[in-house]
Design a protein around this ligand. Structure first.
Ligand code: NAP
Length: 326
């Protein structure tokens, strides 16, 4: 059981991206004492979105699409208005004692609740090529909206063939003197609507069947070239550039679960958390929502849907524990 020094809640949400923020709103609106824990700033991967043009009903006619940052701020305000409380800290331990989860914060605080929603999302996958780590923040980036404006009027490379690479290549084409989009295969993985816009854009030079081997810089200070090669072999060649934006997919942030060896959890082959259709994991009271969850479409709208569903089912689970389920 939790002691008196432990802050008790009904529902604790770990991670304040779109899934977590929506879960917080739904949890608080269902009269659950809801805490949401975030280690950085609310918004998660949505903060990287320059123009959120595909969230239903959020497109302001005549004003263009709002940014992911604006969207995250609106979600946060909405969750707070319904009574959710934010805790800015890092969860360092998570265990289950009886019917309660006990969460240890890096700041020393202990929190407890009968239900927890994991909404820690995912982070960019590294290419692991020479120069990638060395030039991170000096021409190598995983966020076009954060870093694109630093390279206005310059040549930029984008690596990857999914929705993120294509979306961000389109965004960067408005800033760059030229965008070169390098993809290792002969066609895009991205949704055809986005891929077609890239292929039609005269400011984007698409190089299929091409592999990035290395990122080089001038006196180790700033990116100034990349080494490329055809995917089926052949000679490598060097090409000048000022920036390299990498969108090689994402990996789930499940470190907390692995370290704490929680029983009953299952992961898919890529490491994402497996849930049932109610967002429940194999450990009673533990739910997962958004990008951390296996088999999801990974859109802002689906993350929000996951969050709503997870909070609703967490509320039902708590009612069942109390014996007050309808
Ligand atoms: P993704 O769909 O997994 O695509 C990753 C891309 O990176 C793939 O084209 C992959 O190549 C390439 N790649 C992976 N490892 C590589 C390596 N070592 N070297 C070279 N290329 C490599 O990831 P994502 O584009 O980040 O999207 C993640 C999720 O978010 C998806 O579910 C996506 O639909 C969603 N998303 C949606 C939108 C939108 O709707 N507007 C925007 C962004 C993201 P292969 O194709 O050869 O595997």
């Amino acid at each position: 059981m939790a002691d008196t020094q432990t802050q008790a809640a009904d529902l604790i949400i770990i991670g304040a991206g779109p899934a977590g923020l929506t879960a917080a709103q739904y949890g608080a609106r269902a009269n659950l004492k809801t805490l949401i824990i975030e280690q950085l700033a609310p918004g998660g991967q949505a903060l990287l979105i320059g123009e959120l043009e595909n969230y239903p009903g959020y497109f302001r006619r005549g004003e263009g699409a709002p940014s992911g940052f604006d969207f995250a701020q609106d979600l946060q305000k909405q969750a707070e208005q319904f009574g959710a409380s934010f805790v800015y800290d890092t969860v360092s331990s998570l265990k289950k004692e009886g019917d309660s989860f006990i969460l240890g914060m890096a700041g020393g605080k202990l929190l407890s609740a009968p239900a927890v929603i994991l909404a820690t999302g995912s982070k960019p996958r590294l290419l692991e090529v020479p120069g990638e780590k060395e030039f991170f923040g000096r021409g190598v980036s995983y966020c076009a909206t954060c870093d694109g404006p630093f390279f206005k009027g310059k040549k930029m490379f984008v690596i990857g063939g999914g929705d993120a690479a294509c979306d961000e290549a389109l965004y960067l084409s408005r800033l760059a003197s030229k965008v070169v989009l390098v993809h290792r295969r002969d066609r895009f993985r991205a949704q055809s609507s986005i891929a077609e816009q890239v292929l039609k854009n005269p400011a984007v030079d698409v190089r299929f069947n091409t592999i990035l081997l290395e990122i080089r810089g001038k006196e180790s200070k700033q990116v100034n070239s990349v080494i490329l090669r055809g995917a089926s072999g052949g000679d490598s060649y060097e090409e000048e550039t000022d920036a390299v934006f990498i969108f090689a997919g994402t990996i789930p942030q499940t470190g907390l679960l692995r370290v704490n060896e929680l029983s009953g959890l299952a992961f898919d082959e890529s490491g994402y958390v497996i849930t049932d259709q109610n967002m429940a994991t194999g450990l009673p009271g533990l739910f997962a929502a958004g990008d951390i969850r296996a088999g999801t479409f990974r859109q802002v709208v689906t993350a929000c849907g996951d969050g709503a569903s997870a909070a609703h089912n967490a509320a039902r689970y708590i009612d069942e524990l109390k014996g007050s389920a309808y």
